[in-house]
Design a protein around this ligand. Structure first.
Ligand code: SF4
Length: 420
């Protein structure tokens, strides 16, 4: 049973409850006029909501457009220029709107709105640089993941073709004005496994010219040695979204992924890439993520997935299922918060039990998921030695990163805020 007291005292629980229940906007809110970000449907099925900052510095993306959000006990209010949340009429927390940067209003030199090239997800830049995933255009029947909205989005909020020059222009603006430290590229499946070839030129230029951390979220290439190349190129993160650990549900919910790669190849790619950490350039950190969606299978199965991912040295990423408008699962119910608390508690404990390097990237606040380190307050267990080690790692990494940014300095007067 969630109490108001627990929600007020535990921002992670509030973040989770908002994912599951959504939010209604009171008439007093003036999101864009107050410098907030407008609601964009751009990411592979999960981000469609209002970007907010909760107590404890937890960035989030709260569902507001879906029918379940219209029934939410949460309402957002504005008073004297500030924002706060109520649940069933009771005050829960003061919140802030995630700031909308000036570059959101500009176009690239080629005339495209910059937000059609990339958008901020919390404090990092997310880019979907290529055409729509092939599963959306498969014949005779599309085979897209049933929760996914990418095929609905492209051409609406996202530009379908994004040149390297256009992407670099937006990344520069985001580094200079928003102080981003990390760029995340996301693709769907393309025949011939071309996604890594497509992304390579973008990565090369960003690493050479801007020194930022770069991550790739793509299907698992059939030739796993390609990830040795990505590691050598300076990629810092690879993420493989198998979504569901239960084999029957995986096949049913992700028919394209099941037919093309199968769950086993996803798992093999995670295992292979997690072992690459010790082999690449020492100055480039390397992390492998296995990503699942909680709420599409029983919590025990999500927990098994978390334990498996952590057991091979990868960090689990756990999204909360959001039945997005227009998708095949639009009519499904979102998960219940109470059912997911054990999943996110295990997320933290599995990472700490295995000594995984969580929360080390400087200034990366993620709005679309609850990060493992954010879930510490959901667990009664404490890890004093490991926490100290992580703190030290964070400090070393921030120092190195600041030096690296200094070596790729932007023109005078355009450098963004310092890395905290
Ligand atoms: S692989 Fe699935 S989730 Fe990813 S873009 Fe294609 S249909 Fe969407």
């Amino acid at each position: 049973m969630l109490t108001l007291h627990a929600l007020r005292e535990t921002p992670a629980l509030l973040k989770l409850d908002l994912y599951c229940q959504g939010l209604r906007l009171d008439d007093s809110c003036y999101i864009e006029e107050d410098g907030g970000r407008r609601i964009l449907r751009t990411r592979a099925g999960l981000g469609s909501g209002l970007e907010l900052i909760l107590p404890g510095g937890l960035w989030t993306n709260v569902p507001v457009s879906e029918p379940f959000a219209a029934r939410s006990p949460y309402t957002l209010h504005r008073e004297k220029g500030g924002y706060f949340l109520r649940r069933d009429g009771w005050s829960v927390a003061d919140v802030a709107l995630s700031p909308r940067p000036d570059w959101y209003e500009r176009t690239t030199s080629s005339g495209k709105p910059m937000t059609r090239i990339g958008t901020l997800q919390g404090t990092y830049l997310g880019i979907y640089p290529a055409k729509v995933c092939d599963y959306w255009t498969a014949k005779p029947e599309r085979t897209n993941c049933r929760f996914c909205s990418v095929g609905l989005n492209l051409g609406v909020d996202d530009a379908s073709e994004k040149s390297v020059a256009e992407v670099l222009e937006v990344v520069r603006a985001a580094r200079a004005e928003s102080g981003i430290t990390y760029v995340d590229f996301n693709t769907g499946h393309y025949a011939g496994d071309t996604y890594l070839d497509i992304l390579e030129p973008y990565v090369r230029r960003i690493k050479q010219e801007l020194g930022l951390l770069v991550g790739l979220q793509t299907p698992p290439h059939r030739d796993l040695r390609r990830y040795d190349d990505m590691r050598a190129l300076g990629v810092n993160r690879v993420s493989f979204c198998f979504e569901i650990f239960d084999r029957a549900r995986f096949a049913q919910t992700c028919p394209g992924k099941h037919a093309e790669y199968g769950l086993d190849h996803y798992l093999e790619a995670i295992r292979y890439c997690a072992a690459l950490g010790g082999r690449g350039p020492r100055h480039e950190p390397w992390i492998t993520n296995g990503e699942i969606i909680a709420g599409l299978e029983p919590p025990e199965s999500s927990i098994r997935a978390i334990d498996w991912i952590a057991s091979v040295g990868a960090v689990p990423t756990v999204c909360v299922f959001r039945p997005l408008l227009g998708t095949d699962l639009a009519e499904a119910d979102p998960p219940r918060t109470e059912d997911l608390v054990p999943v996110f508690r295990r997320l933290y404990e599995a990472c700490m039990d295995r000594g995984l390097p969580i929360g080390c990237a400087p200034n990366v606040h993620v709005s679309l998921v609850l990060l493992p380190e954010e879930c510490a307050s959901l667990s009664p267990r404490r890890y004093p030695l490991r926490s100290l080690k992580l703190k030290a790692m964070r400090a070393v990494f921030a120092r190195r990163f600041t030096r690296r940014l200094a070596a790729t300095r932007l023109p005078a007067g355009t450098e963004g805020p310092p890395v905290p």
